[in-house]
Design a protein around this ligand. Structure first.
Ligand code: XMP
Length: 513
């Protein structure tokens, strides 16, 4: 197995992800935990030293145990990891002073061929992503230079005798487009066969959950989305009926959604599940509320109250399970150091664990969405569940701009069901990141048969996206749009006008509120 020693880079998890893509088993451990005895026990076949925000000059600068360099195994140092290697092995690192470098750079090859770079330099230069303050000014004895960039004379260095490699840039990020090749070469050099699987990940995750929870009880808030569903099934495999799920039905779900979620977990998995049908509570509280933030806050607060009420009935639960993914973890950490502007108060159960004195179980914390889907397949979740479009916590409330009424919700549910049915029938569901209908707070005049109508207008939304952070509208054909509009107006009483939203994100957001 491979050991990643984490010095605190924002992108350390991406290294692990690249390695999982190469079917190599790795573990990330914070540098504080990596002692000499830890190293002996872990017995890594190769080590990667991650980047990090520190300076090797800082007092108590994060360092690996010196013995890591005596293990006779391949080591790859990235960014701060490179500086650590040089610092420990007899090279020199200098402070930033005008040489800091952030962003895109181009590396050109230097010297002889290096196994780490096999097949890497496509046209004699490669785009890489730099992000460093300090820099290496003198490489350690035994090292040679194999790649340079205008601002980084030691962009790629290696001691081929000892199989030590050190790079100034981040090969794991998206902006180093061929970075994966370096990892591929590194693990091949280290003798990994690439035979690790998601099945192995699952077994490992189960063992960790058992270890953490022991014979105590866990509650899990189930939304019916992919993340919480995979987390629940995984935890249930690990600890069986020590897990109870709570599904809060706030009356803002899609057509038949509550039944589908409840029967899927009860019938397929036999997971103890409380169906908290609290539609009246939520809808009454939302009466007369039309401000988007007010809606989100009302729902968020009630959600916590309701969850707490049901959870209190579960004797002695000590843990709260959440389907937190790695991007959620990263997003909750401030990237630039400054607080960012709140565009929307995303609704989740933040604050709940402290309030209830619960510890968190978050078995998906290291994974990205597509990996969660792969794990879900491994656990045997039905394809229809795994491929589901994301659905926001506040549900239909934020697809109903203006005041929410039961009548509008009813119309919205029907229109949404027709739209999604159309998308599925045309085989487009999996190409689209998210699609839904928003019911607009206007009535417009129409003519149907020989009569006048005065009904709601609605907007169809469909976007492509990788992570929900940016998005583009989906380019449906005019035929598809025409057919869908006709079906909605014919089949859904209360709607007489259909529009298609062609705003991308930014400047729009995916949801309407
Ligand atoms: P926006 O509208 O901000 O949405 O472009 C980006 C993605 O996030 C989802 N979304 C939410 N998910 N709670 C959630 O769990 C929320 O409050 C929430 N608001 C938006 C949205 O559906 C899209 O996938």
């Amino acid at each position: 197995r491979l050991l990643i020693i984490d010095f605190g880079s924002q992108v350390t998890q991406l290294i692990a992800r690249r390695l999982r893509e190469l079917s190599v088993y790795c573990e990330i451990h914070p540098f504080q935990n990596v002692t000499e005895s830890f190293l002996t026990e872990f017995a890594p076949k190769a080590v990667i030293l991650s980047g990090g925000p520190s300076s090797v000059f800082a007092e108590g600068a994060p360092m690996p145990p010196a013995s890591v360099f005596d293990l006779g195994i391949p080591i790859l140092g990235i960014c701060y990891g490179q500086q650590v290697m040089m610092h420990c092995l007899g090279g020199k690192v200098e402070r930033g002073h005008g040489t800091a470098e952030f962003g895109r750079a181009f590396v050109t090859p230097k010297g002889s061929d290096l196994a780490l770079l096999e097949g890497w330099f496509a046209d004699d230069r490669e785009q890489v992503w730099m992000s460093h303050g300090d820099h290496v000014s003198e490489i350690a004895p035994g090292f040679d230079v194999y790649g340079t960039s205008p601002n980084a004379p030691f962009a790629i260095t290696a001691d081929t005798e000892r199989n030590f490699f050190a790079v100034q840039f981040h090969p794991e990020v998206h902006h180093t487009p061929n970075g994966k090749k370096l990892y591929e070469n590194f693990v091949r050099l280290a003798g990994f066969k690439g035979d690790w699987t998601m099945g192995a990940y699952r077994d490992d995750a189960i063992a960790k959950i058992r270890d953490q929870v022991g014979d105590r009880k866990v509650i899990c808030g189930l939304s019916g989305g992919v993340d919480s569903s995979v987390a629940a099934v995984l935890i249930h495999e690990a600890i069986g009926d020590q897990l109870t799920c709570v599904f809060v039905d706030h009356g803002l779900l899609r057509l038949n959604e509550a039944d589908e979620v409840v029967s899927m977990f009860r019938d397929n998995y036999n997971i103890p599940l409380i169906h908290a049908d609290e539609a009246d509570l939520f809808l009454n509280a939302l009466e007369g509320v039309s401000d988007p933030e007010q809606k989100r806050k009302t729902i968020g607060k009630l959600f916590i109250d309701v969850f707490q009420k049901y959870a209190n009935d579960i004797d002695g639960a000590e843990f709260l399970a959440q389907g937190t993914l790695y991007p959620d973890v990263i997003e909750s950490v401030s990237f630039s150091g400054g607080p960012s502007v709140t565009i929307k108060s995303h609704h989740n159960v933040g604050g709940l664990p402290e309030k209830m004195g619960l510890k968190l179980v978050e078995p998906l914390r290291e994974l990205f969405k597509d990996e969660v889907r792969a794990l879900g397949r491994e656990l045997g979740l039905p394809a229809s569940f795994i491929g589901r479009h994301p659905f926001p916590g506040p549900g239909l409330a934020i697809r109903c701009p203006g005041e929410i009424t039961r009548e509008k919700l009813e119309i919205l549910r029907k229109a949404d069901a027709v739209y999604i049915d159309q998308i599925r029938k045309h085989g487009l569901y999996d190409e689209i990141w998210q699609a839904f209908v928003a019911i607009l707070p206007v009535r417009t005049v129409g003519v149907m048969g020989d009569g006048r109508t005065y009904d709601y207008a609605c907007a169809l939304r469909a976007v492509t996206s990788v992570d929900g952070m940016t998005a583009d509208y989906y380019p449906f054909t005019h035929e598809f749009l025409g057919e869908t509009a006709t079906r909605i107006i014919n089949e859904v009483q209360g709607i007489n006008r259909v529009t298609y939203d062609i705003t991308s994100k930014p400047p729009g957001t995916i949801e309407w509120e």
